[in-house]
Design a protein around this ligand. Structure first.
Ligand code: BYC
Length: 323
């Protein structure tokens, strides 16, 4: 009898074929055999990413009603809507790994899933909308441009489209910052304050330093990650310093200086104790964010129930018509 493709006896050969694909730089597709650990790692990373997009709508949603002009309001609404789209797109991607998005979503709602630390900081002024676009989307682009070459096909393809939209988000954010920087002393001060609050949390988005990153080695070996956390963080700093200089804004780091030998901008020590507190659930807004997502989920219950009832009614109708 022919062995079935996923029979345990075949696992060594299947694993060798999988590793050969990775070594050749081919993508892994949903119907390909993959080690359980690869599937688990991707589910973890992709679901955290999807959750980040959805929770990431909250800090900016906070300013939609207070945007200073119709133009600013329209672009902020569009940005927040794009983030919902990115979340749904990536949840779809996780389903190609054989998981149910509602199971993942429940993990977000009950607080057992992680999402990006950055969204646990409050948005206190309009300048925060500019700074989130510039720094947070800017950091996301640095991370996600590399993820567009990740070994799992559906995730890589999702990143290509998402990065295009993130680029637009970053530009609209930087334009807000440039406008405030060229504005009144009060506007400049508001912008500087926002940069002071978001700079270090933006650097934390890239994850712990390489020596404290338990997942990196495996993810790099499988080409899920193509660069380390520290490499991407350095790239972000190198790209951002000239942008800050161009609009005359100071980055809140006295140790920031150009290193002629390495051609990098050296920067000071990140407060890792703060980072680990935030990802443990003890950041300034963790509880508020989870409460907001749970409320939205509860408020939407009647919509889900109505949609299910309608689908059942339609299915019955089709059955009767077919009989
Ligand atoms: N926040 O071994 P490590 C956006 C966790 S949204 C929270 O280095 P890994 C946007 C990590 O999960 C952008 N947790 O992990 C939306 C792990 O814990 P577990 C979201 C973090 O996976 C709206 C532990 O720390 N982007 O663009 O190798 C508006 C050890 O870390 C964080 C993505 O999600 C963090 N910052 O590397 C605007 C990109 N960092 O899971 C913008 C996809 C680390 O073992 N994800 N942890 O319990 C990745 O690229 C990688 O997963 C990370 C972490 C670089 C984040």
């Amino acid at each position: 009898m022919e062995p079935t493709p996923n029979a345990p006896a075949d696992e060594t050969a299947l694993n060798a074929a999988f590793e050969a694909k990775i070594a050749a730089g081919d993508s892994i597709e949903p119907k390909d055999w993959m080690p359980e650990r690869y599937r688990k790692q991707l589910t973890r990373m992709m679901s955290q990413h999807a959750h980040s997009e959805i929770v990431g709508m909250l800090p900016e949603g906070n300013w939609i009603t207070r945007a200073p002009s119709l133009r600013r309001k329209m672009s902020l609404i569009a940005k927040v809507q794009d983030e919902a789209g990115h979340g749904l797109y990536i949840y779809c991607g996780t389903e190609t790994l054989g998981v149910d998005r509602f199971d993942l979503y429940n993990q977000l709602l009950d607080g057992s899933a992680k999402y990006s630390s950055i969204f646990n900081y409050p948005t206190l002024s309009w300048a925060d909308m500019g700074v989130i676009g510039w720094l947070v989307d800017g950091a996301a682009i640095v991370n996600q441009t590399v993820l567009a070459k990740t070994s799992y096909g559906p995730y890589a393809r999702a990143m290509v489209r998402i990065c295009k939209e993130e680029n637009f988000h970053k530009r609209q954010g930087y334009e807000i910052c440039a406008t405030l920087a060229a504005g009144t002393p009060a506007q400049r001060e508001m912008l500087q304050d926002a940069v002071n609050r978001f700079w270090w949390p933006a650097l934390m988005m890239f994850g712990p330093s390489d020596k404290d990153s338990p997942n990196s080695a495996e993810l790099l070996r499988w080409r899920v990650k193509r660069k380390t956390n520290d490499e991407l963080r350095q790239r972000f700093v190198n790209l951002t310093v000239p942008q800050a200089q161009a609009i005359g804004i100071t980055l809140p780091d006295p140790d920031l200086r150009y290193n002629e030998a390495t051609k990098n901008w050296d920067f000071g020590e990140i407060d890792w104790a703060e980072f680990f507190e935030v990802i443990k659930g003890n950041g300034p807004c963790n509880k508020e964010r989870l409460a907001a997502r749970n409320k939205a989920h509860d408020d939407g219950r009647w919509v889900r129930e109505a949609a299910t009832a309608y689908a059942e009614k339609q299915a019955k109708k089709r059955q009767t018509e077919a009989a």
